[in-house]
Ligand binder design. Structure first.
Ligand SMILES: Cc1cc2nc3c(=O)[nH]c(=O)nc-3n(C[C@H](O)[C@H](O)[C@H](O)COP(=O)(O)O)c2cc1C
Length: 442
């Protein structure tokens, strides 16, 4: 019998809280996204609590909403992930460091180099969140006049993944012999030139960096559309899910498992971690009161424009107190758009009510006591809704402290979360194998 499954926990740290009201919450640090001493403190606290990873999302534009909404949001700006995670690598020793990089607006040679470097600097703790970048404004920052088609982004993403992983395999693990006596630095028989020429990319190689400590940094994804699921089932080792109900998450888990088997992959080699917003109180009522107060700090101007952004369609001109009209198909994130439309229809919400939800935070939330939160997490784990969670803190530092000081010990007491790291690399924490070099037998 295999050992009982336990939770894996990521910390969603860009922005430090996803909630638009977070920076205004009593006691919160309004400048936390740009306060390195504070970010260092958070990373060290999360490591002491044995979190699997510190995760930096990334957006290649300020979020696409008008300035009346932008001016109210702490979520629009934050550090570039590699710069921050390289600095954090030096002041932590175990916690995984997951950066987001875009397959649409970056080049595979750049991406392969950055992750290989972060993996070496952190001694095997890097992960790559592969995104195709749904924000249409990003295109305008990279020489395009218009956004790039959803399916075309995913076709390039697949080829991009093949190139980046191929570049990481440029050198055999033992290529660098560094024989001082003979003067041979590396063995040329252990160097592979990728020479890739495909539909979207042309990259000769080899990479000018030794093979990463983990072989390949851990491959993370969050796409939920048909194309996103296919790419994830073929390549991902962690999925940051966005399912909002246990039943939805179980269906997603089963769907990804089926697709992995079809791809000839072992389903144990992928961990599904839905994003979960966690508000901790002494009682469920107190936790709910905290959440209500937080939500009340979000202005309608923010809400309506977040809603337009998520739908990929400007809804600010419609009657705020009327129902959501039919929204045309768009090129933005399909799954997020469909989720919002489904909630509006299901709960019969007006545009104002829907905007209040989307503008604050409308995804999966556990709001309760350490024990009720642990109950829910345990149920998700045991019924295969997930393998853990990507935790979103409601406000910081207090929301992070509450989770680390109160929820983590409860999970540990129940034996469903580690009390010590299993090893030194992010792969060790996640129980993922180190990939063989595809060009050199071990
Ligand atoms: C937890 C989570 C984190 C994400 N982080 C990013 C990010 O940092 N940058 C980005 O462009 N998209 C990010 N996304 C969006 C996804 O990459 C993806 O585009 C989205 O889930 C829609 O899926 P689809 O592209 O398959 O339609 C994130 C999604 C989730 C659920």
């Amino acid at each position: 019998m295999s050992a009982a499954r336990t939770l894996h926990l990521g910390a969603f740290m860009r922005p430090v809280s996803i909630h638009t009201g977070a920076w205004r919450y009593p006691g919160a640090a309004p400048d936390a996204n740009f306060n390195f001493p504070l970010l260092r403190h958070f990373a060290q606290r999360l490591e002491a609590a044995k979190f699997d990873a510190f995760f930096m999302a990334d957006h290649l534009a300020v979020l696409n909403m008008p300035v009346d909404a932008l001016k109210r949001s702490h979520t629009v700006t934050s550090f570039e992930p590699f710069t921050l995670l390289s600095a954090l690598a030096a002041v932590t020793s175990r916690i995984g460091l997951v950066a987001t990089a875009s397959t649409t607006f970056d080049e595979p040679y750049h991406v392969a180099r950055r992750f290989a470097s972060l993996d070496h600097i952190s001694e095997g703790r890097a992960g790559w969140n592969i995104v195709t970048t749904a924000n249409p404004d990003a295109a305008l920052n990279f020489g395009y006049d218009d956004e790039i088609d959803h399916d075309a982004r995913y076709v390039r993403a697949r080829e991009f993944y093949d190139v980046v992983t191929g570049l990481w395999d440029s050198f055999a693990d033992d290529a660098f012999v560094r024989e001082v006596e003979s003067g041979i630095y590396f063995d040329p028989a252990k160097l592979h030139v990728l020479a890739h020429k495909g539909a979207s990319l042309s990259v000769r190689g080899p990479l000018n960096i030794a093979r990463p400590v983990q072989g390949w940094p851990v491959i993370v994804q969050a796409g939920a559309s048909e194309a996103g699921r296919q790419l994830a089932a073929a390549t991902a080792e962690v999925i940051f899910g966005a399912e909002q109900t246990l039943a939805g998450a179980q269906a997603f888990y089963a769907d990804i498992t089926r697709r992995m088997i079809e791809n000839g992959r072992d389903p144990d080699h992928l961990k599904i971690l839905p994003a979960a917003f966690v508000v901790v109180g002494d009682t469920i009522e107190q936790a709910q009161a905290k959440r209500d107060h937080l939500d009340s700090l979000v202005h309608y101007d923010s809400g309506i424009h977040s809603l337009s952004g998520t739908l990929g369609h400007d809804v600010s001109g419609y009657d705020p107190d009327g129902p959501l009209p039919d929204i045309p198909e768009t090129n933005a994130s399909k799954s997020a758009r469909e989720r919002v439309i489904a909630v509006a229809r299901h709960k019969n919400l007006t545009i104002r009510e829907l905007a209040a939800r989307v503008g604050s935070y409308s995804g999966l939330a556990f709001v309760g006591t350490p024990s009720s939160i642990a109950d829910e997490m345990e149920e998700w784990l045991k019924t295969r809704g997930s393998d853990g969670f990507n935790i979103m803190f409601p406000y910081l530092p207090a929301g992070l402290d509450d989770f680390v000081d109160r929820v983590v010990p409860e999970l540990q007491r129940r034996g469903i979360f580690r009390t010590e790291y299993e090893g030194t690399t992010l792969r060790d924490h996640l129980g993922l194998p180190r990939p063989a070099n595809r060009f050199f037998a071990d």
